[in-house]
Design a binder for this molecule. Sequence first.
Ligand SMILES: Nc1nc2c(ncn2[C@@H]2O[C@H](COP(=O)(O)OP(=O)(O)OP(=O)(O)O)[C@@H](O)[C@H]2O)c(=O)[nH]1
Ligand SMILES: [Mg+2]
Length: 456
Amino acid sequence: MFKSGFNRINEQIETIVKSAKESIDDLSIPVRTKRVAITGLSRSGKTVFITSLIDQLLHQKKIPFVTSNHHPFKVSLLPPKPSVKRFDYYTFSKMVKNHHLWPEGTDSISSITLEFESKSKFPLQKSTTFRVELIDYPGEWILDLTMLSLSYDQWCEKVLGWLETIDEPLAQSYLQEIAKLTPKSSGRALEEVIHTKYANMIRHFKQKHYSSLTPGRFLMPADLADDPLLIFAPIHPSDSPLYHTFKARYETYLNDIVKEIQLEHFKGFDRQIVLIDVVKALQNGPTCYTDMKNGIRTMLSLYDHQDKNFLLQWLSPSIKKVLFVATKADLVASSQHNNYLYLLNEMVEDIRKELDINHIKTDTQVVASVKCTQTVMSKYHGKTLSCIRGIDAKEERLVEIYPGEMPSSFPPPDEWDPNDYAYEAFLPPRKSYKEDEPFDHINMDRVIESIIGDLL
Ligand SMILES: Nc1nc2c(ncn2[C@@H]2O[C@H](COP(=O)(O)OP(=O)(O)OP(=O)(O)O)[C@@H](O)[C@H]2O)c(=O)[nH]1
Ligand SMILES: [Mg+2]
């Protein structure tokens, strides 16, 4: 049988397409890897957020905003480099889903890489593969990075100056103690007394929800507990042996711990998510709010290109996008999520302007990584109001509470009464998950779209 001219042309086209496809396949293009830093002050929700992020991407059953916008994609987990601990997604998700408990506070740096394989939008290309690397670390350690730009004297001046401004008896007592030091002050016993007083004070401040506390290893020493390297504290400059010993240990701490161990993990990030516990700020009053805001600003000053510190310069230029996320949105009635977003926007407004000057794109979102509550209409003092129903963390039983109205703007300091906001901590829901069922969440799909949607 004769082939029609049309068929011959068709066959030739097919051959050309096939060989073009093969030559594209042969090009061994290295897999693109984007590094996403999940940062946030201590207890802001990083570990739970990363666990939920992975869970949503692996199962893809509750992220319609992502799945309906893109070609189908598959996600698998790869181990990190051998030198880094693996983020223990399986243990954490099991703990939340099966045991209905939260993971403990993080005490070491860990990492995990997600490999995405997505069907190409173009017929000539095979499916595209890219990787997203995530790191988790103890929130207490993040502010240590900013110590890198401070000499011992500058750090002391900053910390002691701050202690003078806060209305805390322990701060006064510490300042009085160090005022007694003389040019002859020396000896291990005295070093330990001053260090212990300072370390206990900042641990106490952490309980009181202060955020700008350094050094992080005093709060979360991990493998350095009882290491003499940590025996230092801020004191006024002098020629005393005590001052010289503290100064030397401060410098060793920066070089051996902060630079060598911690900084290594913060280099070369492309995108950053900053998690903020805005409910905590509202609930603990103006001092906590200001302190938290300062903590976040300090954390992000790493990207200030005006900074003359070469280490910070080396770290900063790769970040192109920062997403600010208010976590634990399930503590807030769903009708008040807009106000929750307004509060977040207000909190990060100045910081966003600073990042904008440095050509870093920013965005904001409110999220619950694991939705633990339902919003229900209930009678409260004779009125029907939006209440929150969930397993109360203290009472370990199902409760319904009315946490108060979330304002659309932070109150002026003299009108800000933390008692107006009765937000409670909740345990993960006591539900039984179907196989492959991810966590219920609020807006995790919006976050995924915002941070990696362009790659899919
Ligand atoms: N209701 C609710 N609570 C949450 C959620 N995420 C975190 N939490 C609460 O916040 C606490 C801290 O969460 P983590 O993820 O451990 O916080 P982290 O930032 O990793 O804390 P560090 O490791 O100490 O820096 C948890 O123990 C929960 O009580 C959430 O989505 N909903
Ligand atoms: Mg953690």
